[in-house]
Design a protein around this ligand. Structure first.
Ligand SMILES: C[S@@+](CC[C@H](N)C(=O)[O-])C[C@H]1O[C@@H](n2cnc3c(N)ncnc32)[C@H](O)[C@@H]1O
Length: 363
């Protein structure tokens, strides 16, 4: 049990591997990452025993960018017979996890990687989870209530119908979603699919209990690169008034809302209107990441906004390094001005060759 299974977007295995190697080294843990190309997961094997478990507790899940879920796993359980897959899984748990921890486990997730090929297993996973859950409960496991904040989530990660990793994640340091993917419904009246990017970003970066305090009808926002209006739609839906900056056309429904002003200007030259204090800046312009980072830094340092969500579109090579470089540029720039802030970046499910970043200034 000295491995981590790390789920990520297909095609970003190298980034997830670089990230976990970096984060593990910061904790003084060393190992090697196996990252099959386009598999949508990475296996990180630690050299010393007990270290995968330590990483699953000590690396703050919210600090991970390319990793969607972090699971401590066994060696691959192979050659499962279709007559009895449950027995070997229970045996594996008995070997790797103390009974008292299993009794305090909260939920079972039977998962696959997020690839088209692996998705063919998802019906099997759904069906298999029913008898497996029953069998685990019979062992006296999965007894914790959903309200409990600590404890284990049990994950069975199938890479083929006869091969799986058996493992767990910590309730207080994990993605709350199966496969690390929030299932969002496309709002039928939204102007573009990228509306789901901002919706997922808000869900990821802003605690639910704070959402109405941090995004509401008393506030003004600027959306740079706004057209046709998917992001503006999310802000207007939450009551904000939005200055939508883009040379393109905004969806008529947003004009009809009476909650936007379309500014056909260059997002790099646009300055916040003096008549209103702008709380939020959002930005989805397709540009070099370092240029976007510099622009966002300018807005924050000048006090033109207090909080921001923006996308960094990634180059083809050295994507992990490029994101780290931009985050460092932002953090150093804010620190130089003596500003207090929180910063978080994540490659969201609805992000493609990009990551989303959230920065909030603190009092
Ligand atoms: C990915 S789209 C934005 C989609 C939008 N977030 C939505 O949800 O509908 C990028 C937009 O950025 C705009 N854009 C690119 N460079 C810009 C610039 N320098 N100033 C203003 N807009 C820009 C493009 O016109 C395009 O509409």
């Amino acid at each position: 049990m000295n491995k981590l299974a790390l789920y990520c977007r297909s095609g970003f295995e190298k980034e997830a591997a670089a990230e976990i190697s970096d984060k593990a080294a910061q904790c003084g843990v060393f190992g090697f990452a196996r990252a099959p190309e386009n598999s949508a997961y990475v296996i990180f094997e630690c050299y010393q025993s007990g270290e995968a478990d330590r990483l699953a507790r000590e690396i703050a899940f919210s600090s991970l960018i390319f990793i969607r879920q972090m699971v401590v796993v066994s060696d691959l359980v192979e050659n499962l017979s279709s007559d009895d897959r449950i027995g070997p899984i229970i045996d594996c748990y008995r070997q790797i996890t103390p009974h008292k921890d299993l009794a305090r486990s909260l939920e079972l997730l039977v998962e696959t990687a997020d690839t088209n090929q692996a998705k063919e297993l998802s019906t099997f996973c759904r069906k298999f989870s029913v008898p497996l859950r029953q069998a685990l409960k019979k062992q006296g496991w999965l007894q914790a209530s959903a309200q409990q904040k600590s404890g284990l989530f049990l994950h069975i990660f199938f890479i083929a119908s006869n091969a799986c990793y058996v493992g767990y994640s910590y309730a207080d340091n994990r993605s709350p979603y199966a496969m690390g993917i929030p299932r969002l419904k496309f709002p039928h009246d939204a102007p573009s699919r990228s509306t789901l990017k901002l919706e997922e970003a808000i869900l990821t970066f802003i605690p639910r209990a704070q959402e109405s305090k941090r995004l509401n009808e008393t506030m003004f926002a600027v959306d740079l690169g706004a057209c046709p209006g998917g992001w503006t739609y999310q802000l207007v839906k939450r009551g904000l008034f939005v200055y939508a900056v883009d040379h393109g056309k905004m969806a008529p429904s947003l004009h009809e809302s009476g909650r936007i002003e379309h500014c056909a200007e260059d997002g790099f030259k646009f300055r916040p209107p003096k008549r209103h204090k702008i709380q939020w800046l959002v930005c989805d312009m397709v540009e070099q990441p370092a240029r976007i980072a510099a622009l966002i830094l300018k807005w924050l340092v000048n006090g033109w906004c207090r909080e921001t969500i923006f996308n960094l579109k990634l180059p083809m090579k050295k994507r992990y390094q490029e994101v780290c470089r931009c985050l460092e540029l932002l953090a150093q720039g804010l620190q130089r001005q003596g500003l207090k802030f929180s910063i978080q970046a994540k490659q969201l499910y609805h992000d493609r060759e990009e990551v989303s970043v959230h920065i909030a200034l603190k009092e």
